[in-house]
Design a protein. Structure first.
Length: 324
């Protein structure tokens, strides 16, 4: 990360009050950027409020489905850099609410890209996902693989990704696409996700619930490393002339869900915590993990945390959050 890059930059973040967005906005402000956030609502118990970011940013109330609001905001604040993180991010919610998920994730991205085009924004980072790849027999996924999402959330991220590529190539826009593995860390209050859910069950002496059969393979990526990946990509866009270029970001350390849960148990010291395998997750890809070699070779980026150190910091955050 280049600490001299951000002072004076005028940055717009969608999804800035969310889990990853809060960490990103906090880092941008610490490094001297002027940040504007598009928000729908702010939870009073959120890290965004606890860090005082609501008093340090320009708050724009609305959503990414409002194209006119996006255009006016980028013009009013003279935005030169955009991070597009706003999305419906939960796989299981997407199964229950496919129309809402697809509207927000696809049409919202289209609106954001169009507003950036019309306002000549200098650099745009779009958050895609490893889910955009869909299912492939060969692992790990690299950036040469076709995008072929199968389930509603995965399809929405495939389309988001392709839209960003299209705008970069069609209009010569400096756009970088982040395809991250599963991000975890302190501040994630979506307890449908396996890491915060597992920690919460352990702290409250409840059985740990695994929705799959425990054999699914995933990759888990610490939030501080994810933020530095976004910032590094933004810093390099103009220098490398990236026009809709995608990069995988992860740890290159795949693990089964059951082994992940056991690792969190070990960190907690509560070896007697019960694990219940529900085996009800039928609309998820079985094995999915990335190669981050392109980001390492081209961007000079690499993660600072392995799974043990990231999970240890995360466990301590939730222990303090719940006063346990």
């Amino acid at each position: 990360m280049d600490n001299t890059f951000w002072p004076g930059k005028k940055v717009f973040v969608t999804g800035g009050t969310g889990f990853i967005g809060t960490h990103l906005v906090n880092e941008l402000i610490k490094n001297g950027a002027e940040v504007s956030c598009l928000i729908f609502e702010v939870r009073k118990d959120s890290s965004f409020v606890k860090l005082g970011l609501n008093d340090k940013t320009n708050l724009i109330y609305g959503d990414v489905l409002d194209l006119e609001l996006l255009k006016l905001t980028l013009e009013k604040y003279g935005i030169d850099t955009v991070f597009h993180l706003a999305a419906q991010p939960l796989v299981q919610i997407a199964i229950k609410k496919p129309i809402e998920t697809i509207r927000v994730n696809i049409l919202g991205t289209l609106n954001l890209l169009e507003a950036c085009r019309l306002n000549n924004v200098k650099r745009v980072i779009v958050a895609s996902s490893d889910k955009a790849y869909g299912s492939h027999a060969t692992l790990p996924y690299d950036e040469s693989f076709p995008l072929r999402g199968e389930y509603p959330y995965d399809v929405s991220k495939s389309c988001t990704d392709l839209l960003a590529q299209s705008y970069g190539k069609s209009y010569g826009m400096n756009i970088g696409i982040s395809r991250s593995s599963n991000v975890y860390g302190g501040g994630d209050l979506n307890f449908d996700r396996i890491v915060p859910e597992t920690i919460k069950h352990i702290l409250f002496d409840e059985p740990i619930l695994i929705r799959s059969n425990g054999k699914f393979v995933r990759e888990f990526f610490y939030v501080e490393d994810a933020v530095l990946a976004y910032l590094t990509l933004a810093e390099k866009i103009s220098e490398l002339d990236l026009k809709g270029e995608a990069f995988n970001f992860g740890t290159d350390q795949p693990i089964t869900i059951l082994d992940l849960v056991k690792k969190i148990k070990d960190i907690s010291g509560k070896e007697n915590a019960e694990i219940k395998i529900l085996d009800v997750a039928k609309t998820e890809i079985k094995d999915q993990f990335l190669s981050s070699k392109k980001a390492q070779n081209i961007l000079g980026w690499s993660p600072s945390h392995d799974l043990n150190s990231g999970l240890s910091e995360t466990y301590l955050w939730y222990k303090e959050f719940f006063n346990k």
